[in-house]
Design a protein around this ligand. Structure first.
Ligand code: ADP
Length: 638
């Protein structure tokens, strides 16, 4: 029979696993048991609606068997089993959730620290850390034929038809021979195996059964001097359930540390880092449920892509109904991972109907509130951690504000952070900004740009800085939409320094500017005419201090939004342009020279207009449409 080869990347991982001097081999048992438990979950779910399964909840179990003579450790389950094709797909290639993260790491670094393995769910392959040969005997629910998969490691595997009485899977690990350093025989020792199950698999919801050696008092058959039966301690064995079976999320808070929960998270959700925060909910009332939720420390690499599947695992009294129930999480919290378990959900309900389930909605609302309040707590209690969270998922919260026509804006507003001019671009929340507002300050000022550095240098921001007031820097494309949807911060209106009246000039100062503008009307008209459609208006500015010009906009669409549409909404957004306004600093000598030239030397005035307009574009962080013309015009001045 021909041996089949493993797919290349699986081979690489296998090699690494078999040959590494790896200190944490014992986790193989956790991985194999966890697969068995998943397989039982699946069949148990099927059994709810399919009588042909013929098993009740209490019939499901995982069994460990040791054969010291053969040096085998067998883990068997009466779960769903695998077809021949599934054997090929599942055990012939590593492409499953758990190993994905690992694979990425491996690609990044050929000599990856082998200890990394322990941090990922390495799955089935970990059996090869302790076994030099692994056999998998399996029969799928609904099929009469069983199959035997066998492999002695990296050189491939075989599959043949086989006999198996009950549906389910048996993983037989032929343990390696002991060496000087490694005593693989320890995995034949029932005491050691129980220890490992307690350590890693105690919360598995199905009974893990194995032969256990124990001692008890037994009559010897003889009588003592008083005529009583003589007794002595005698060894005996019996099959027992060795795990406590209570899922970790069902255990009392006082019994389980955050660290325990974190470890569970890493294993269950295939992360290699502990979560940033664990949220535990135990609700009674209209609907009772328990939830264990996790905020990941970092955004997974595919988080902001279509591949990301949001949702919480949904259980009803310990039976998994759905692995990723999206209806339990609002989109703004799509990064949250976790488990919800409620005895009140009907098990027989179809997955489609579940989406409209009233009880589910109650749970979802409750969870949403709780996540919000936990994030707020994190922000208040551990700002550094919150900023780490913000680094990964801040963008998601901002999308959350904008999405759904702003339905979640009030939920999220307190959780937002923006870089500000206080302390060189450090993040602030809006409430903090409002609390620090200066004497006479009525608005929450912000400058938008591609980066903090660019936004900070906008000429229009100078009057606000002059006052010693704080400025927010909006550097994400979505930011301005966020600010628009929010409408205000703690009752104070936002003010975009590039487009809006800063509200700093008094009525008389404004009248003065308008008067000056009227006097300069011919010059301003000349400039507008020279620039044509490139600008909607040319005006005298009251915002400029050191710079001669700046580019503002008029109307709803700002330069940043224009940039957003150009980037993201390519087809639909094409042609959405901001209405540009060229603002001139009447006190600046360069501008005064231009004004004078409009009357005396129109050709020069046209050149100067083009130069100043180009400069206004550069100052706004835009690139020039015709850099060559600009260069020629500047060179003319030499
Ligand atoms: P993961 O569990 O992370 O998906 P594994 O390498 O551990 O990766 O397992 C690969 C796949 O093989 C599983 O997803 C499952 O479909 C299948 N499998 C493994 N063990 C069993 C089992 N005992 N019963 C049924 N299917 C199994």
């Amino acid at each position: 029979m021909a041996k089949k080869q493993f797919k290349a990347e699986s081979k690489k991982l296998l090699d690494l696993m078999i040959n590494s001097i790896y200190t944490n081999r014992e986790i193989f048992l956790r991985e194999i048991i966890s697969n068995a438990s998943d397989a039982i979950d699946k069949l148990c779910y099927i059994a709810l609606t399919d009588e042909s399964v013929g098993l009740a909840r209490e019939d499901f179990r995982i069994r460990l068997r040791v054969d010291k003579d053969m040096r085998t450790l067998t883990v068997s389950d009466n779960g769903v089993g695998m077809t021949k094709q599934e054997l090929e797909e599942n055990l012939g290639v590593i492409a499953h959730s758990g190993t994905l993260g690992f694979r990425k790491e491996l690609e990044a670094d050929e000599n990856a620290d082998v200890d990394i393995i322990g941090q990922f769910g390495v799955g089935f392959y970990s059996a090869f850390m302790v076994a030099d040969r692994v056999s998998v005997l399996t029969r799928k629910h609904g099929s009469e034929t069983a199959y035997l998969w066998q492999s002695a490691g990296a050189d491939g595997y075989t599959i043949v038809e086989a006999e198996k009485e009950e549906v389910g899977t048996e993983v037989i690990m032929h343990l390696k021979a002991d060496t000087e350093d490694e005593k693989y025989s320890e995995y034949l020792d029932s005491y050691r195996l129980r220890e490992l199950i307690k350590k890693y698999s105690d919360y598995i919801r199905w009974p893990i059964r194995m032969e256990v050696e124990d001692y008890r008092m037994e009559p010897t058959g003889e009588k003592d001097e008083n005529g009583e039966d003589k007794t002595e301690y005698r060894a005996y064995t019996e099959e027992r359930t060795v795990n406590s079976m209570v899922p970790i999320w069902q255990r009392a808070k006082s019994e389980v540390t955050d660290e325990d929960c974190g470890k569970f998270y890493m294993e269950r959700f295939h992360d290699y880092e502990m979560p940033l925060r664990v949220i535990r909910v135990s609700a009674e009332g209209l609907v009772s449920f328990k939830a264990m939720l996790f905020i990941p420390a970092r955004a997974p690499y595919n988080y902001y892509s279509k591949d990301w599947e949001a949702g919480l695992a949904l259980y009803s009294s310990g039976v998994m109904i759905m692995d990723k129930c999206a209806d339990l999480l609002p989109e703004c919290f799509a990064f949250v991972r976790g488990i919800v378990d409620s005895p009140d959900l009907s098990l027989n309900i179809s997955r489609e109907l579940l989406q409209h389930d009233r009880q589910l909605k109650v749970i979802a609302t409750n969870i949403e509130k709780r996540i919000k309040s936990e994030l707020k707590k994190l922000m208040d209690e551990d700002r550094e951690k919150y900023e780490q969270f913000w680094g990964g998922f801040g963008r998601q919260l901002k999308y959350g504000v904008v999405g759904d026509y702003g339905a979640k804006k009030d939920l999220l507003r307190e959780l937002l952070l923006f870089p500000s001019s206080r302390d060189g671009g450090k993040l602030t929340d809006l409430k903090g900004y409002v609390e620090r507002m200066g004497e006479g300050q009525e608005k929450v000022y912000y400058a938008a740009g591609e980066s903090v550095e660019k936004a900070a240098k906008l000429p229009q921001a100078e009057p606000v800085k002059e006052k010693g007031w704080e400025l927010l820097y909006l550097t994400d494309e979505v930011d301005e939409f966020v600010v628009q949807i929010l409408g205000d911060a703690d009752g104070k209106p936002f003010c975009n320094v590039s487009t809006e009246d800063l509200g700093l000039a008094s009525e008389s100062e404004k009248a003065e500017t308008r008067e000056k503008e009227e006097k300069l009307r011919p010059a301003l008209d000349f400039i507008k005419e020279t620039l044509g459609d490139a600008v909607a208006e040319v005006r005298l500015s009251d915002k400029l201090r050191s710079m001669p010009v700046c580019l503002g906009t008029e109307g709803e669409i700002t330069l940043e939004m224009e940039r957003y549409f150009a980037h993201f909404a390519q087809n639909e957004g094409e042609g959405i342009k901001a209405k540009r306004v060229l603002e001139l600093n009447g006190e600046h000598p360069a501008v005064q020279t231009l004004f004078a030239a409009t009357a005396t030397d129109p050709e020069k005035a046209r050149d100067l207009t083009k130069i100043l307009f180009a400069q206004a574009n550069l100052l706004a962080g835009l690139s020039l449409e015709d850099p060559q013309e600009y260069t020629s015009l500047i060179c003319k001045l030499f």
